[in-house]
Unconditional design. Structure first.
Length: 149
């Protein structure tokens, strides 16, 4: 679980606690209203209502924080661009494979590609789901970027 997920889980736990408190305060307010006589409300009732409103606002603020965090996370996921060091899953009609983009012309492993190679130049800066066309000595082909890590 990453830090963002842990933070969201803590916020959700706090929201659950505050919702229980809000419900308890609502019950106390109702009981206090039943004990009031006449047109005047008691100081206890007003204090309970004030605390209830503070709890309600806290719930709203924490919920908005979770929603904003979720939107940012989605934005980061959808806008991540291929850069040196990324492992990229590429797909076309005949192949599915993963490569790691490296900054060196000479690389040690079969799944490494140089950022200077035709494929490396084609995918650098591209985003998830983009189609890239690559001119190679054997002709032109295309790939779709399915995953960036």
């Amino acid at each position: 679980m990453d830090n963002s997920a842990r933070h969201t889980k803590k916020l959700q736990k706090r929201i659950n606690e505050l919702e229980k408190k809000y419900n308890a305060l609502t019950d106390q307010c109702e009981l206090e209203m039943m004990h009031n006589t006449g047109d005047e409300v008691s100081l206890d009732y007003l204090q309970l209502m004030e605390e209830r409103n503070l709890v309600k606002n806290s719930i709203k603020r924490l919920t908005e924080e979770i929603e904003q965090s979720s939107r940012l996370k989605k934005k980061k996921l959808c806008c991540k661009q291929v850069s040196v060091g990324n492992v990229v899953k590429l797909v076309n009609t005949t192949k599915i494979f993963k490569v790691q983009v490296v900054d060196k012309i000479y690389y040690k492993f079969k799944d490494h590609i140089s950022s200077k190679s035709p494929l490396g130049r084609a995918i650098l800066g591209k985003q998830l789901g983009e189609k890239v066309f690559v001119k190679t000595p054997s002709g032109e082909t295309y790939y779709v970027i399915r995953e960036i890590k």
